[in-house]
Design a protein around this ligand. Structure first.
Ligand SMILES: NC(=O)c1ccc[n+]([C@@H]2O[C@H](COP(=O)([O-])OP(=O)(O)OC[C@H]3O[C@@H](n4cnc5c(N)ncnc54)[C@H](OP(=O)(O)O)[C@@H]3O)[C@@H](O)[C@H]2O)c1
Length: 296
């Protein structure tokens, strides 16, 4: 999208100018939008606001005046609560918000043994990983907040500076394969693109729940192999998941627990969004073009 999708006179607050929030904020600013971004520890010269729900600074109502749109990128805190609802809600209630976007995760679908899921597939909370159940509760809190909320459900996010080529270059890649297991992913610029696509739609056409995933669920070993092919480097030794499972941390193991293919039909067909990177192939090539081909 090459035009600012926000209506004239609007101001976007990005709560959490990290990987996705930072990229979206910069893109909209390039297009002439007014954007305020928060970080937990903003750099002095950055112009960002300090916000840390965990006992840190909280922006004043005055500093948020004029905000009409909000994008939440902060994940649930250690107790599973939403940082923004916990610590910034009263300031937000003083604004006349036209749109609230919430970046969530496709983890809320749980395990489907490789089957397809769409936005209608609600999994019972007790079948979800703890962090995914917390996420579902945060989604629910936003959806019932009374604001016009859109939840964007995201799979593994990759893009420039965050992709398998970094680990391959550093010699830290592991080629683990689990029979039948696939992962879904999305390039960060398609998150930016999909959010902007929704902002450009009339409010009544914006779905409350939206999967933002690419076209091609695939095993991680396939993606790493393609990354090595692009870099022209050799692959690490193949490791069978079952053989190494015992040495993995509970956190690492949990990433291998859920197996599902997430449909992007609502995004690409119902809403007519055209993916910039339909699969990891175009996406990794795009990363390489932006990062450069050097080995450092
Ligand atoms: N990584 C993935 O593959 C993946 C997959 C699916 C969904 N997601 C979710 O998608 C969202 C965006 O991902 P991302 O990669 O852009 O995340 P990110 O780079 O970690 O950005 C998260 C932002 O939230 C801020 N934040 C975190 N905790 C906070 C708190 N307690 N109070 C105030 N601000 C807080 C961070 O502040 P600082 O900038 O100061 O750190 C950061 O700016 C996250 O909710 C993430 O969990 C991620």
């Amino acid at each position: 999208m090459t035009v600012n999708p926000l209506p004239a006179g609007s101001q976007l607050l990005v709560v959490g100018g990290g990987y996705c929030g930072g990229r979206l904020g910069r893109r909209l600013q390039e297009l002439g939008a007014r954007v305020i971004t928060t970080r937990r520890n903003p750099k002095t010269e950055s112009g960002e606001l300090a916000f840390n729900s965990d006992g840190g600074p909280v922006p004043s109502s005055e500093s948020l005046a004029g905000t009409t749109h909000v994008l939440i990128t902060a994940p649930p805190d250690r107790e599973g609560r939403d940082p923004c609802l916990k610590a910034l809600q009263s300031q937000l209630r003083q604004l006349e918000l036209q749109w609230v976007g919430y970046l969530s995760t496709t983890g809320v679908y749980g395990d489907h043994q490789g089957g397809w899921v769409d936005e209608n597939n609600d999994a019972p909370l007790e079948k979800l990983l703890r962090r995914s159940a917390a996420r579902r509760r945060c989604e629910q809190a936003w959806l019932t907040s009374g604001w016009p909320v859109q939840v964007f459900r995201l799979p593994g996010i990759y893009g420039p500076g965050r992709n398998p080529m970094g680990n391959l270059r550093r010699g830290e890649s592991r080629l683990v394969h689990k029979r039948g297991q696939v992962f879904c992913r999305i390039h960060v610029d398609d998150i930016v693109g999909a959010v902007m696509h929704c902002l450009a739609l009339p409010a009544e056409q914006r779905p409350a729940l939206l999967n933002v995933v690419d076209q091609q669920p695939a095993p991680s070993s396939e993606v790493i192999s393609y990354a090595a092919h692009l870099l022209g480097c050799s692959l690490p030794d193949y490791q069978d998941f079952e053989a190494i499972a015992a040495e993995l941390s509970p956190m690492a193991l949990s990433f291998w627990r859920d197996n599902r293919r997430v449909s992007n039909r609502r995004l690409t067909q119902d809403l007519g969004y055209k993916l910039l990177y339909p699969s990891y192939r175009e996406g990794l090539q795009g990363c390489l073009n932006e990062e450069g081909y050097s080995s450092d």
